[in-house]
Ligand binder design. Structure first.
Ligand code: ADP
Ligand code: MG
Length: 699
């Protein structure tokens, strides 16, 4: 058994390995590429590839792959062997710089939304040297970006890297105005907390809905759900503990800082939190974490469910995307500082985020929109579909004082002067209600809580980075234009005050689940309430959104349009598969079971009556009548659903998506309701698959 420090990163071609295995010159060139994005020349790439191959083979690897995130949401890899023929029918293990830098996966089966014409079916992958290569299942994985030959991004990593660059550019302009000439680079950091469910694998395999769709499409509410709140932070069961131990070790080997683990609110729900890191690496690590969670679960005869809402009426799963910005000189730009000057800078970055969330609420909502997440946003524990920002009472009071030029009631009552006053230390708000906020300030970072558990965190971070870059661009423009006119503190003060005035409608410290809030948000404050994915996707067609993303070179207009189509298709496909699965289960499992039970009851009843004609058997008759009626209703609801699944609702994908949402989903709900009622009336031994009680309390 190795110790944790020995284990940690042992399967990663990280800085330590590079230092040990590369010549000083090669190491320096590679570092320049990593730090400053300098182009890597082929001789350096060859030397790196040699060292990588040697290291990988020593650690048991036989293959390599370019590992990338296509627009499907999962990661993709195509394996190639290191094995190369040598003279005298020998073989050697070899890997070239060219193979390291670019690859040409046959990409025709990845979605491109029309970006890749069929005659040009292949795209190429390009190494992202800022994310270390690693070994997984005897394969050297090289994190890459995936593009078409025309240069359009076919993946999520490319726009993520572009968004980080955009934020860096604009943040540096602002920092320069504060006289920070030593800062060369600003990065965004993310710590994504990952929620998941663990259920027994044998039970999982008995449910087609879980197998085909990742969620239960049927299931009556169990007598005991999460009402008692006895699972949260409760003792972890031995089988789950064993899973977590193995998971941690596997993640540590890959250099992923998995740190905390605890039970979540729902029965058999858990959470894993990594220590935060630079966004593109955090995103790669989160993809790996999800993959390894699923793999390790199987070793314990468990299944890891990452669906956003695997069980109706029980909490769903999300990812809390903890986001911050920091400089290469080690300053967290969202941390209130010790000096008045640091505070002023903090406040400017803070209001930049507030403005960004208000101006681009639609894009933030859009970034987390999937068929699965639609069930979660607005339901138990999940933040609502309305985007708002939580700051906590103290910070809200500071902003109010700045906005109205009125006395700030901190430790002592005085007027807050930027550049002269020190702000109080903000205690992290620990009250429970901030759990209801979609975008909460938690001391030195923002926590975006709308991301779905199954989604890549890239989409959310692309939009956050882009929107904040745009705020900073506008701030820098305004401050640069008035450079030299009057004193900086006054101009800064005015800018912050104007920004608060304009965007305070997005600030909300109350309970986000409250119906009154949704009413106020939409009717009084004019905030968007994009309840479903088809609504949210329309945000990709709004000119201001397109212009902003194009201006910062995060997407081309064509790339945006292709994503609109891919995501609509994805939504339509997901719900169609669910609907087809429901029809199949209702017709071939539920109806036969209820009919059999009803028939057995009727047979028993008639035997009884033959033997003892004077018996009344009222309750049996009542049950038989109820079940017979339900059988008809299930049959009708199944037919109603089946008939609308393939119905052509219009000429384009948009109309089809709205048809799916309005007709198919509502008929799915209707079918579920009658089947769930039948479940509560049918003897347990007749029910064809494990119930909610079995699944939720079966580990
Ligand atoms: P909470 O209890 O609110 O969930 P934690 O301190 O436990 O907060 O952190 C939750 C997550 O936030 C962790 O993944 C952590 O690494 C991450 N995190 C902490 N500080 C930062 C930061 N400055 N930037 C980004 N993520 C952060
Ligand atoms: Mg949290």
């Amino acid at each position: 058994m190795s110790t944790v420090p020995e284990l940690f990163g042992s399967m990663v071609f990280d800085d330590k390995v590079m230092r040990a295995r590369l010549s000083a010159d090669v190491y320096r060139s590679l570092k320049d590429t990593i730090r400053k994005g300098k182009k890597l020349d082929l001789s350096v790439a060859n030397a790196v590839a040699d060292a990588m191959c040697e290291w990988a083979v020593e650690n048991g690897a036989t293959h390599y792959t370019h590992w990338f995130q296509p627009l499907t949401g999962i990661t993709a890899e195509k394996h190639d062997g290191f094995l190369t023929p040598a003279p005298d029918s020998h073989v050697i293990m070899k890997f070239s710089g060219k193979e390291l830098i670019t690859g040409e996966p046959d990409a025709s089966s990845f979605p491109s939304g029309g970006l890749r014409a069929t005659f040009e079916a292949r795209g190429y992958t390009a190494w992202d040297p800022t994310s270390y290569a690693f070994i997984k299942e005897k394969t050297l994985c090289i994190p890459t970006a995936f593009c078409s030959y025309g240069g359009e991004a076919l993946d999520k990593k490319t726009p993520l890297l572009r968004s980080m660059e955009a934020l860096n550019r604009q943040a540096l302009r602002v920092l320069k105005l504060f006289g920070n000439s030593d800062v060369q680079h600003v990065v965004t950091n993310v710590g994504p907390e990952q929620e998941y469910f663990l259920i027994d694998r044998d039970m999982y395999l008995k449910r087609k809905d879980l197998i085909f769709t990742g969620r239960t499409l049927f299931g009556a509410k169990p007598p005991k759900g999460q009402e008692l709140d006895d699972h949260y932070f409760g003792a972890i069961k031995p089988r789950v503990k064993a899973f977590m131990e193995e998971l941690n070790e596997e993640l540590w080997k890959l250099g992923i800082y998995a740190k905390t683990e605890h039970n979540e609110v729902a029965p058999c729900q858990h959470e894993l939190a990594p220590i935060f890191t630079v966004t593109n690496i955090a995103s790669d690590h989160n993809q790996l974490t999800m993959e390894i969670m699923k793999k390790v679960a199987r070793n314990h005869n468990l299944m890891c469910l990452l669906h956003e809402k695997p069980f109706a009426g029980v909490n769903g799963s999300g990812k809390h995307n903890n986001w911050s910005m920091s400089t290469d000189t080690g300053v967290n730009l969202l941390s209130p500082g010790e000096t008045p000057y640091e505070n002023a800078q903090f406040l400017l970055f803070l209001v930049a985020v507030i403005k960004a969330v208000d101006d681009y609420q639609g894009l933030l909502r859009l970034s987390v929109a999937t068929a699965g997440n639609d069930h979660r946003l607005g339901a138990n524990e999940a933040p609502p579909a309305v985007v708002s920002v939580f700051l906590g009472d103290e910070l809200t009071a500071v902003l109010e004082a700045l906005e109205t030029d009125s006395p700030y009631e901190g430790t002592e009552r005085h007027r807050l002067r930027l550049g002269a006053d020190v702000l109080p230390r903000f205690n992290r708000d620990t009250t429970d209600r901030n759990r209801t906020s979609p975008f909460a300030f938690t001391g030195n970072k923002f926590e975006f809580r709308m991301v779905g558990s199954n989604d890549s965190i890239s989409s959310a971070n692309i939009e956050i980075n882009a929107a904040v870059a745009e705020s900073l661009r506008q701030f820098a423009d305004r401050l640069e234009a008035t450079d030299g006119e009057g004193d900086f503190d006054t101009r800064l003060h005015d800018l912050i005050r104007d920004t608060i005035r304009k965007h305070k409608r997005i600030l909300f410290n109350g309970n986000g689940y409250d119906d009154a809030w949704i009413k106020e948000a939409t009717e009084v404050r004019g905030l968007k309430n994009l309840r479903t994915t088809p609504d949210a996707l329309q945000m990709l067609l709004v000119p201001e959104n397109i212009n902003m993303l194009v201006r910062h070179r995060i997407y081309s207009e064509m790339e945006i349009r292709s994503r609109y189509e891919i995501r609509l298709e994805n939504y339509i496909r997901t719900v169609r598969i669910e609907a087809l699965t429901m029809v199949d289960m209702a017709r071939r499992e539920i109806l036969p079971a209820v009919m059999r039970y009803c028939g057995d009851l009727a047979g028993g009843l008639s035997t009884k009556k033959t033997v003892c004609p004077e018996l009344k058997c009222g309750s049996e008759q009542k049950l038989i009548a109820k079940l017979s009626a339900l059988i008809d209703e299930i049959d009708e609801a199944t037919e109603a659903l089946e008939s609308c699944i393939d119905e052509k609702a219009g000429e384009n994908l948009t109309e089809q998506a709205f048809h799916i949402r309005d007709t198919v989903l509502s008929r799915m709900n209707a079918l579920r309701a009658v089947c769930d009622e039948a479940e509560t009336l049918t003897a347990a031994s007749y029910w064809p698959f494990p119930t909610y009680s079995d699944l939720l309390f079966g580990v």
